[in-house]
Design a binder for this molecule. Structure first.
Ligand code: NAD
Ligand code: MG
Length: 410
């Protein structure tokens, strides 16, 4: 046991924290946990893409040193509006400000909670600067896993997984206080759980007519729209298999997916002696976020106590590959290696956006991804240019597919 977290936090200096993607669902949960522990962190910077009003609200509440609107060009009137409303920090604009703030040496801890490929550059900037990086932005690792892990090794940065499954696996693996895992060689399997999303049991034929609103109505979690659709197609779990491969250095055939509709067991690790360790909690992202914010101490998250008797039953089943073709597509990309996962991720982002804009049917999402993966050759992901080139070519290819009349995407 290390020192009592309450006394430690009361006496230690608050650490600076930057939240990339502060206006999103993970951003909100992060700031909720931070606000429960005055004295633990000082909010150094908050970023959003274009949601100026939402960011202003957060700035007034947390008074960061910097606020960044990465999707807006410099606008003096906006700066004045922030100042007149009472924001005492500095408002910065554009993607270069985002990369700069992610790597700013004044801040040792960064929550990477931007959605999609847009999170890659700033998250890598934080890794290169040797920070403690709390990683929610799984797409960054999916796109550029080998480069990402190489940079991590070179800079000495520390990665703490926020995705609930990976945070659970992390908790079930032996680690030292620096967060370095030990004893991975004795792991037989990593079992990632998945709720199965909102369409786990509707007739498969109905998948052609489900709406974005239905897809975003996740039974257990309230999340951003993109990850909600990914959960409904189970591409989210596919991306998480790839994420687990990089985070835990596990080959594809040692990572399995289990459907667990209650979302109470967040993932499991099986050891060679047959022991299986699992992490459980109510489905609330503040649990993994508090784990990472406090690490290696435990801090309160605000999540409700787990009442297993009220839940009664925990059930598990195998994923239905017909209903969820995205899962197999992700395993195939992981096995293909190189830029295959970047191509898969880009095609998925384009298809999900088209579905959310009601330009693509739900069951055409996997078709767009499969056709894109088949249409673009993967090459070794030797450097960032290779990854960004694969991403751009896959986007262009997938964009052409989603412009076709509905049903002709395949
Ligand atoms: P969200 O859509 O709620 O928020 C996304 C944030 O990113 C916002 O602050 C937005 O302003 C910012 N953003 C969007 N596009 C951007 C761009 N082009 N450039 C810079 N910033 C941009 O998303 P979320 O649900 O909070 O998810 C964030 C990340 O965390 C995703 O990678 C997701 O897969 C992962 N994640 C989320 C959850 C969850 O419960 N929400 C769980 C596990 C993992
Ligand atoms: Mg997850």
């Amino acid at each position: 046991m290390t020192s009592d977290p309450r006394t430690r936090h009361a006496t230690a200096q608050p650490r600076n924290l930057t939240v990339l993607g502060a206006t999103g669902s993970i951003g909100a949960s992060t700031l909720d946990v931070v606000a429960r522990h005055p004295g633990l962190y000082t909010v150094h910077a908050l970023t959003a893409h274009r949601s100026a009003d939402a960011l202003l609200g957060l700035c007034l509440r947390h008074q960061p040193r910097y606020a960044v609107l990465s999707g807006c060009a410099e606008e003096a009137s906006l700066g004045r509006r922030y100042a007149e409303a009472g924001f005492r920090g500095e408002l910065l604009f554009g993607p270069s400000a985002l990369d700069w703030i992610a790597g700013d040496s004044a801040c040792p801890v960064v929550m990477a909670a931007i959605v999609g490929a847009a999170g890659l550059a700033p998250t890598l900037a934080a890794v290169r600067a040797g920070k403690r990086v709390l990683l929610a932005n799984k797409e960054a690792l999916v796109m550029a896993g080998s480069l990402f892990m190489r940079e991590l090794g070179a800079s000495g940065a520390q990665l703490l997984p926020i995705d609930s499954e990976h945070n659970a696996v992390f908790q079930c693996l032996p680690v030292n206080d620096e967060g370095t895992q030990t004893g991975r060689a004795r792991v037989r399997r990593i079992l990632l759980t998945a709720s199965g999303g909102p369409f786990r049991s509707i007739p498969v034929e109905q998948l052609a007519t489900v709406t974005p609103q239905e897809a975003c109505a996740h039974p257990n979690w309230v999340m951003g729209r993109k990850i909600s659709v990914d959960s409904a197609t189970m591409m989210n779990k596919g991306l998480e298999v790839i994420e687990a491969h990089w985070l835990f250095d596990a080959p594809a055939d040692r990572i399995e997916v289990l459907i667990h509709p209650q979302s109470i067991v967040h993932s499991l690790v099986e050891y060679i002696d047959g022991s299986v360790l699992a992490q459980l909690s109510n489905p609330d992202m503040r649990v993994p976020i508090a784990h990472a914010l406090g690490f290696p101490e435990r801090i309160e998250s605000g999540a409700r106590e787990l009442d297993l008797c009220a839940i009664g039953q925990l059930s598990f089943e195998r994923p239905d590959e017909k209903r969820f073709p995205c899962l197999a597509l992700a395993y195939a990309a992981l096995r293909a290696g190189g830029t295959a996962a970047a191509i898969l991720n880009a095609a998925n982002e384009v298809a999900v956006e088209a579905f959310l804009a009601e330009r693509l049917r739900f069951n055409d999402i996997p078709r767009v991804i499969e056709t894109t993966c088949a249409g673009i050759d993967a090459v070794p992901a030797d450097d960032m240019d290779c990854v960004l080139d694969a991403d751009a070519r896959a986007r262009e290819f997938a964009m052409r597919l989603v412009r076709l009349p509905l049903g002709e995407a395949a």
